[in-house]
Design a protein around this ligand. Structure first.
Ligand SMILES: C[S@@+](CC[C@H](N)C(=O)[O-])C[C@H]1O[C@@H](n2cnc3c(N)ncnc32)[C@H](O)[C@@H]1O
Length: 287
């Protein structure tokens, strides 16, 4: 496929900013974990990163844009890619709805579409076959995932990342490295997983804990649990009541969650009971 004007060709809807810089492409390959596991690439685009990946690994790529799927099918047809390349055309998030992305252990490597980058990383946390995540994202997103306690950027995403493994911001990439250039600075983020996130409720719990980052953690938690239960939990765990959300280590969040998780169910059930009672009353009144 010949593209006269790549900036015009790029679809905003699919978050297309093509990485046109050999130095960064090589730096991504160098940052990959040192083994022979398969690679899942999300959004291969025109195949610039893919070309480097197939030199060193077997690659399964997931691309949503049909125009690019046609291009990639020709560009990487055998024997050029020596059977190292497989293409799946469609929305990767729908593919994840069916289970693991691949049916064998793999590393996720991608220059992600920024509009769904966080969503994709969170899906990869839950995918048991995914062993590591090496992705280009908006710099702010990379900072949030890799922040540690007491940094102001420490967030629910940092706790989730530290709960599945180790996250680090590898290097930053300026907008001019892409066509068209994005409006933000980018960064390559590496998360090496040593476990998967299997408890969906922990994510909801963290949303409550970080709902108002500048407020006290105990105050945020009081929105979902009674003040007495929160105070009792803090006292049991020996935590200072003045602690702000970014001041608690990941291990503290797990301790608090373990104390409160049954009560989260209890509170939700009692809320549902109240709603159902009020519906019955309204029905009796003919409302
Ligand atoms: C930032 S571009 C990266 C392109 C290429 N990998 C590069 O480095 O130049 C993001 C790519 O993700 C694709 N994409 C966007 N949404 C997707 C989705 N839901 N599932 C699969 N691919 C998607 C886009 O079409 C595009 O090719």
């Amino acid at each position: 496929m010949i593209i006269d004007n790549l900036a015009e060709f790029a679809s905003k809807k699919f978050g297309q900013n093509f990485l046109k810089n050999d130095i960064y492409l090589h730096k991504i390959i160098q940052a990959m974990p040192d083994d022979n596991l398969k690679v899942a690439e999300i959004g291969p685009g025109l195949g610039d990163l893919t070309k480097e990946l197939v030199k060193v690994r077997n690659v399964t790529a997931f691309e949503v844009d049909k125009r690019l799927c046609e291009h990639l099918a020709t560009e990487f047809e055998a024997p050029i890619s020596q059977g190292r390349f497989e293409l799946q055309c469609g929305d990767v998030l729908e593919r994840w709805g069916e289970g693991s992305l691949l049916d064998e252990p793999y590393h996720l490597v991608a220059n992600l579409p920024y509009y769904i980058a966080t969503n994709i990383i969170l899906k990869a946390f839950k995918d048991e076959q995914c062993q590591s995540i090496l992705v280009m994202v908006q710099k702010e997103v990379a900072v949030k995932f890799s922040a540690v306690a007491n940094q102001k950027e420490f967030s629910a995403l940092s706790v989730l990342a530290a709960s599945v493994g180790e996250a680090r911001l590898c290097f930053e990439v300026e907008p001019e490295a892409f066509v068209p250039p994005p409006n933000v600075t980018s960064a390559v983020l590496l998360i090496e997983k040593n476990r998967s996130m299997d408890d969906e409720k922990f994510e909801s719990f963290l949303k409550i804990a970080f709902a108002q980052p500048r407020k006290k953690l105990s105050k945020n938690l009081s929105a979902a649990f009674s003040k007495e239960i929160v105070e009792q939990t803090f006292a049991t765990l020996g935590l200072t009541p003045n602690m702000r959300p970014h001041e608690a280590e990941t291990s503290i969040y797990h301790l608090i969650y373990n104390e409160l998780k049954d009560k989260l169910d209890g509170k939700q059930q009692s809320k549902q009971r109240k709603q159902s009672k009020s519906r019955t009353k309204n029905a009796a009144r003919g409302e």
